[in-house]
Write a protein that binds this ligand. Structure first.
Ligand SMILES: [Zn+2]
Length: 143
């Protein structure tokens, strides 16, 4: 788990991404960003970084979540079809269908919070100077 970072210091892009994977603030590494599984705080309780700075900000998180779900589905289907083809059993398409259905339902739910913090990290890495400038206050670092 990434270490929390002192306010006012700039994290590297890999560190921001690692924080996103751990559902932590990409700016400071602070946690407790989710009050419920689907409810993310509007801003970081530790450093005040505002996550959704514009309408539709989390569309990127949706795309990431969708991509992870589809990739997982492709891997699962490929493995199951290969295993079942080697066994030579017939009538097992229902196994593949049930497994695919379960993956398609569970993967986006399980990945949902990570997709949001990961997208916040990607956005912060891409718009580093804008994001730091938009915070205001005394925590913004000097470059
Ligand atoms: Zn923070």
């Amino acid at each position: 788990m990434p270490e929390p970072q002192a306010p006012g210091t700039v994290a590297s892009t890999p560190r921001m991404i690692a924080r996103g994977f751990h559902r932590r603030c990409p700016r400071c590494g602070g946690g407790k960003l989710f009050t419920r599984w689907f409810k993310m705080a509007d801003d970081c309780p530790r450093c005040g970084y505002v996550f959704a700075r514009e309408e539709g900000f989390f569309l990127g998180a949706f795309v990431m979540n969708f991509a992870v779900t589809i990739a997982g589905l492709a891997v699962l289907m490929g493995v199951l079809i290969a295993v079942l083809a080697n066994k030579g059993s017939s009538g097992t398409i229902s196994v593949v269908a049930v497994a695919a259905g379960c993956e398609a339902l569970l993967a986006p739910i399980l990945f949902y919070p990570v997709s949001k913090t990961l997208w916040a990290a990607v956005d912060l890495a891409m718009h580093r100077s804008e994001a730091w400038a938009s915070i205001g206050g005394g925590n913004a670092p000097s470059f």
